[in-house]
Design a protein around this ligand. Structure first.
Ligand SMILES: [Zn+2]
Length: 384
């Protein structure tokens, strides 16, 4: 290992987008269902862990739990069970060298640890990212159509007082093919009336109306915090072509001077499109979370693409982990391995000095997140 890759491998990380970990014991099926974005079981006779992620778990997580690298999966799962969920989570989270997790609390899954419990389990800092659509739905449950409209701005502000950012899942609920302007009061009232009428029949508030989604997004823009946007790859709700971030150019033109930053999450397979947006628009940033664990041995390709055209000040590390501590562990290990290899390549081929390489890696690992989210902590590497 060169001095450069050693230093990159040891950098503290800020994980600017992740979800909570499941801290209760998981059955093998429960583990497998959290090892894929698919909402459905695979065909009979197949295993969701026969995948790049399965290889990555065996390579990077097995040694953390005291097994040989690439130990068979059944051995790994048996080991996990014997150690127990809490200790497995502690060991794997500690192995990531993550100093701070920015946790999206918008998913309705009671098994996930909240930011405070995550902090205790990971022995690291956590901050909250508030999901705009969740605030809309929670408020609607306790309000009338007119009350919902008048109360949303103050509710969103109150809900995000302690948070460091907001998140929108417009890509899941509709797609980025929506008008960019702030909707008029009349449009919002009409859409809210319709939404409340429908909810009377269904008994639930799930926001999918593009006018209401835009209303929420613009209330978020008014709140002034960085806004994370899910783009590209995701679970079965996604219509992939409608989640292409290049559809967001009109929004970025309309918001360029408003003082709000947009963080493009995941981006895969539109990494290059997102990189171009991050270069062109001063208030646009990107990561390659999610795929870093799912791509396993091929994750280096995504990491190389994210570093192709975006300024280095615009790229952030994230894991987009959800549920399994293995996601956090694999993401961090792969990022460290692949980013170090890339920086080694740049220095060996005369593109950067070792000092440049270390500086670039530090920006992506933590400095950019610190600046954009205004995080003030002093970080040290919390490796176990
Ligand atoms: Zn996510």
């Amino acid at each position: 290992m060169t001095d450069t890759s050693k230093r990159v491998t040891d950098l503290p990380l800020i994980d600017h987008h992740c979800h909570g970990v499941v801290d209760t014991e998981l059955s093998e099926d429960g583990f497998r269902s959290l090892a894929t974005e698919s909402d459905w079981p695979g065909p009979a006779g197949t295993d969701s862990l026969d995948s790049p992620f399965g290889l990555a778990v065996r390579r990077f997580c097995a040694p953390v739990l005291g097994l040989e690298p690439l130990a068979p999966l059944d051995e790994y799962l048996a080991r996990r069970r014997s150690i127990g969920a809490a200790e497995t989570n502690r060991l794997l989270l500690r192995s990531t060298g993550t100093s701070e997790y920015l946790v999206d609390t918008g998913i309705r899954d009671a098994r996930l640890l909240d930011p405070a419990d995550m902090a205790a389990r990971a022995e690291a800092r956590t901050s909250e990212i508030v999901r705009i659509e969740r605030v809309l739905e929670d408020l609607a449950c306790a309000s009338t159509a007119a009350g919902f409209i008048s109360e949303l701005p103050a509710t969103l502000a109150a809900r995000s007082r302690e948070a460091v950012g907001l998140k929108s899942i417009i890509a899941y609920r509709h797609g980025f093919d929506i008008p960019v302007e702030r909707p008029s009061g009349r449009e919002v009232l009409q859409a809210a009336d319709e939404w409340f009428r429908t909810a009377e029949g269904t008994g639930t508030f799930r926001v999918t109306d593009p006018v209401l989604l835009r209303f929420g997004l613009w209330c978020g823009i008014d709140a002034g915090l960085p806004i994370q946007l899910h783009t590209g790859y995701g679970d079965g709700d996604i219509e992939l072509f409608r989640a292409d971030p290049s559809r967001l150019s009109p929004l970025f033109h309309a918001t360029r001077t408003l003082g709000v930053d947009f963080m493009l999450l995941h981006c895969y397979p539109f990494i290059r499109e997102a990189g171009i947006l991050a270069q062109v628009f001063p208030h646009v940033y990107l990561d390659v979370g999610l795929v870093s664990h799912y791509l396993g041995p091929s994750a280096g390709t995504a990491i190389r693409q994210v570093m192709e055209i975006a300024p280095f000040s615009k790229v952030l590390y994230s894991s987009d982990s959800y549920g399994l501590a293995e996601h956090y562990a694999v993401s961090a290990a792969i990022w460290r391995t692949e980013f170090a290899a890339l920086m080694d390549e740049w220095t060996a081929s005369g593109w950067a000095t070792p000092k440049d390489a270390e500086r670039i890696a530090t920006m992506v690992a933590s400095e950019n997140a610190k600046r954009v989210y205004n995080l003030n902590a002093e970080y040290s590497v919390p490796f176990a």
